[in-house]
Design a protein around this ligand. Structure first.
Ligand SMILES: [Cu+2]
Length: 153
């Protein structure tokens, strides 16, 4: 093997190792913030009304519906600031075939609609802009009182 080809092999190996470490570094930085959210008994309430996440970070959120009454279906719908009433009202027209989750540009992330005892886990990227992002349950009649705020810092 000539001097040149040995040098060449080494630089390829160095580049590959650098690439591997960069990859590990990136995946290490994007470890998701885990949030466990639940509903409270047969009431229209989330057990946490304030959540936190870093801007642009990965969030892994689980919503558990702790109700027993079949009438208590719930979801988690994260929306743009100031749009919770609008999304809550459009949810009614979306109807049961869409699980009361409207096609809206104001919705940033959502779980599916959960029957009592069910849970759903979603992964999403927190908004890049810091601020207070409301989350609501869009099941008919719930959004007015069933809500909270994701504080993005
Ligand atoms: Cu609800």
């Amino acid at each position: 093997m000539s001097k040149y080809s040995t040098y060449f092999t080494h630089s390829i190996r160095a580049a590959w190792i650098t690439g591997l470490f960069t990859f590990l570094g990136i995946t290490g930085c994007t470890t998701a913030t885990e949030i466990q959210l639940a509903t409270v008994g047969d009431t229209m309430a989330f057990d946490k009304t304030v959540l936190e996440a870093k801007a642009s970070s990965k969030v892994k959120l689980t919503l558990k519906n702790n109700a027993t009454s079949p009438a208590m279906q719930h979801d988690f719908v994260l929306v743009k600031p100031g749009t919770e009433n609008d999304v809550g009202m459009t949810a009614l027209t979306a109807g049961p075939s869409k699980d009361y989750i409207p096609d809206s540009p104001n919705i940033l992330a959502h779980t599916r609609l959960l029957k009592p005892g069910e849970s759903d886990t979603i992964t999403f990227t927190a908004p890049a802009q810091a601020g207070d992002y409301p989350y609501i349950c869009t099941f008919p009649g719930h959004y007015v009182i069933m809500k909270g705020v994701l504080k993005v810092k």
